[in-house]
Design a protein around this ligand. Structure first.
Ligand SMILES: [Zn+2]
Length: 385
């Protein structure tokens, strides 16, 4: 028999089977559709049967509505296989379902109600040398809100001509956040203010009970809406003011009975107030011409239009801010512009100088509800000074 010296054992120590290694992990998934859940769970190590069962349970709880779904999974893994410990499935509004593995191995389900918190963001800034838009973006106003801010001011300020560098604005808007602190839904304006050299306005957004649309009100509950808007056209240059001037075509001194707004052909022209259409059509030197009779007895005239919109016909109604035509240069005109007149008691007056009065005021219980909301906003604004 061979008598060999014993070879010392020098091989590697054999590790225990991998199935004995247990570790827990958390995965976060964002899915485009509730139908994707089962196929997304399988790669995490769940058996096909469990993935499908869990997927169906979540689909039942969340419903088929489109929109992103967020999953947070806590897993206990054994090599390639995994056991679900907890799973939270939520829609962006925070509603959803929580699954939890009990000690006896069964999964229990608990619905999650949306836990949204709303926060007010208060932004202050100064008008820069460019525009209200760039100033607001620089200050931190969400750009989708800026058009609405300008609309809120449109009865009080001519944003093209009466706002200058150094004027101060403040914008407060509300945003909802889910439990993951992600913004949910669109932001909503709550408050806007603007202070120029000559005028200061603080406006609160409020929806009177029973009304579908929110409106803007000053601190006393008076609506910003007046009989007439400040101007019937956006982003136009005033090329001629109301008053005595030498007529550009006729050559002699004559009262210019309105205001000329120069802008490219096709620029929208809006009804400056609710009215009945008195005249709409071509009329000699006026070109394509609209004359509106407003509910307070005033009249507004729109001359040299390129085109009158369909539906704007004598006897018909138009609403404040509704487009009625396009800027053009029809009739006796030297270039594309709107000649705009306002008549009070049958006499032309300077459209840029008329006192359009104050808006309707809230009263009674509606006013009380408004004042409560105003105070809540002011308290939050003060907290962010
Ligand atoms: Zn004119």
């Amino acid at each position: 028999m061979l008598n060999r010296p014993a070879v010392p054992h020098s091989g590697p120590v054999v590790a225990p089977a991998p199935s004995a290694q247990r570790f827990t992990s958390r995965r976060t998934l964002t899915l485009a559709d509730v139908g994707d859940i089962a196929s997304q769970l399988e790669p995490s190590g769940l058996s096909r049967g469990e993935a499908q069962e869990v997927g169906q349970e979540i689909a039942r709880a969340l419903g088929p509505a489109p929109g992103e779904i967020r999953l947070i999974l806590d897993l206990e893994s054994y090599g390639e296989a995994a056991k679900l410990i907890t799973l939270e499935a939520t829609r962006s509004d925070g509603t959803g379902l929580m699954l939890h593995r009990e000690g006896n191995g069964t999964l229990t389900a608990k619905p999650l109600t949306g836990a949204l918190t709303r926060r007010l963001t208060v932004v202050r800034g100064e008008i820069d040398s460019n525009s209200f838009y760039t100033s607001a973006v620089t200050a931190g106003v969400t750009d989708s809100l800026i058009g609405e801010v300008a609309n809120a001011f449109s009865y009080d300020f001519d944003m093209q001509r009466e706002v200058a560098p150094g004027d101060v604005f403040e914008v407060a808007f509300e945003q909802a956040y889910n439990r993951a602190n992600e913004a949910v839904g669109v932001p909503r304006l709550a408050y806007v203010s603007l202070r120029t050299a000559t005028l200061s306005r603080n406006l609160y957004r409020f929806t009177p009970p029973g009304q579908r649309e929110a409106g803007w009100f000053d601190g006393n509950g008076a609506s910003v809406v007046r009989a007439l808007m400040r101007t019937p056209v956006d982003s136009a240059r005033i090329s001629s003011q109301f008053g005595m001037r030498t007529h550009p075509i006729l050559g002699y001194q004559k009262l210019h009975r309105g205001t000329d707004f120069a802008a490219p052909t096709g620029t929208p022209v809006f009804a400056s107030g609710n009215a009945t259409v008195e005249f709409a059509g071509p009329k000699g030197p006026n070109g394509n011409f609209i004359r509106l009779h407003h509910d307070n007895g005033w009249e507004t005239l729109y001359l040299h239009l390129n085109r009158i919109l369909p539906g704007v016909t004598p006897g018909g109604r138009v609403a404040q801010g509704q487009q009625i035509g396009e800027i053009g240069t029809t009739g006796r005109s030297t270039g594309p512009h709107l000649h705009y007149e306002v008549h009070i008691d049958g006499e032309p007056v300077d459209p840029l100088k008329i006192d359009v009065g104050t808006g309707q005021s809230l009263t009674g219980a509606v006013l009380a509800a408004f004042l409560k909301q105003r105070d809540a906003i002011d308290t939050q604004r003060a907290a962010r000074q």
